[in-house]
Design a protein around this ligand. Structure first.
Ligand code: HEM
Length: 163
């Protein structure tokens, strides 16, 4: 099947765009399992799990988001898609995800790390009981994280079906 150079570059960048989506967001769907197992099996692992959480957000997700955006801009320009709804939606999604990561998820995970360390230190060698304050922070992380995951899934749906 003959392909023009322009067509194949578009296809390669489309593949990069989808790879960046997988790299940026794939791991986030495993967070609930990671924290449920950590809390149940070894609460002393919670501070390091929060550190892993916000380090992933600062590096992998932020970097992936930049790549999703850069590849998306190329696709929208090369394919003349700028006026289409799914592109406007994608831009909005990238802005919202970036803002919520930097404004809520990363600072809240850092605070949760500090509080988990405090609660664990307060327990000494005895049984660990996490504070209500820590519980409130992890509920916020779970709720906002689920909303972001839903936004990612809806965006994939809109990109694929182009309503
Ligand atoms: C969280 C943000 C985003 C996600 C999860 C996402 C996801 C996807 C996926 C899965 C596809 C493949 C769909 C298919 O080929 O059927 C796609 C295609 C595409 N995306 Fe995105 N995208 C995002 C952001 C953006 C942004 C910001 C732009 C533009 C600035 C953009 C522009 C495009 C374009 C033009 C296509 C190609 C459509 C086609 O040729 O069929 N995307 N996106």
């Amino acid at each position: 099947m003959p392909v023009s150079p322009a067509t194949s570059l578009y296809d390669v960048v489309l593949a990069v765009h989808v790879m960046a989506v997988v790299i940026a967001f794939g791991v986030t769907f495993a967070y609930p399992i990671m924290f449920a197992v950590g809390a149940r099996r070894d609460p002393r692992s919670l501070p390091v799990l929060h550190r892993i959480e916000y380090t992933i957000e600062r590096t992998l997700i932020n970097g992936g988001l930049v790549l999703v955006l850069a590849a998306g801009i190329f696709l929208a320009s090369d394919g003349h898609h700028w006026s289409e709804f799914f592109v406007q939606w994608g831009l909005g999604a990238v802005v919202v995800i970036g803002a919520v990561l930097g404004g809520v998820m990363i600072p809240t995970a850092k605070r949760a790390e500090t509080l988990a360390e405090r609660d664990i230190a307060a327990a000494g060698d005895g049984p660990i009981e996490m504070s209500a304050e820590y519980g409130a922070l992890t509920r916020r992380l779970a709720t906002v994280g689920s909303l972001l995951s839903a936004l990612v899934l809806i965006t994939i749906l809109f990109m694929a079906i182009k309503p």
